[in-house]
Design a protein around this ligand. Structure first.
Ligand code: FES
Length: 154
């Protein structure tokens, strides 16, 4: 009897240890469940390299003619998702045209502000700072250069 009780205890203990190990494995399994997401992220980032390559080629591309950017106004480049402003004569600035609120493209520059049509955010044409929400973050500024009357990314 004692041997059968010990055997039964061992069985219970072994089963308990297995359950714990199983629990631990289950916990790891939960972690494994997150792996596909990170792998998906890796896959996404592995598919990203072509974009930086394309972005690398962008700086040599002419964005606009300086003469086409009005003083006190600006030009929205929808394809490039950029906005170029000229707050004062000869002072050109360039910002991301993607509104920091929820990602609409800004659509005009007037009265010293870059305007988003979706929810009314306004950004300063001098530094991209928020003038009026709901956006809370400034438009990202891009470095540009003006060469022979042509504006391109620096
Ligand atoms: Fe520009 Fe909402 S996306 S104000």
């Amino acid at each position: 009897m004692n041997d059968s009780i010990r055997t039964a205890r061992r069985t219970v203990l072994t089963a308990g240890a297995a359950a714990l190990a199983g629990g631990a494995l289950t916990a790891c399994g939960g972690g494994d469940g997150a792996k596909p997401e990170s792998e998906a992220g890796s896959a996404a980032s592995s598919s990203s390299p072509p974009s930086p390559t394309a972005a690398t080629a962008a700086p040599v591309k002419a964005l606009a003619k300086a003469a086409d950017v009005p003083v006190g106004g600006g030009t929205v480049l929808k394809e490039e998702k950029l906005v170029i402003t000229q707050p004062t004569a000869g002072n050109y600035r360039c910002f991301s045209a993607v509104c920091t609120h929820t990602g609409c493209l800004v659509n005009k520059v007037e009265n010293g502000s870059i305007d988003c049509p979706c929810h009314g955010s306004k950004f300063k044409d001098t530094d991209g700072a928020v003038e009026k929400g709901p956006a809370t973050r400034a438009l990202a500024e891009k470095k540009i250069k003006v060469t022979d009357g042509t504006i391109s990314l620096a």
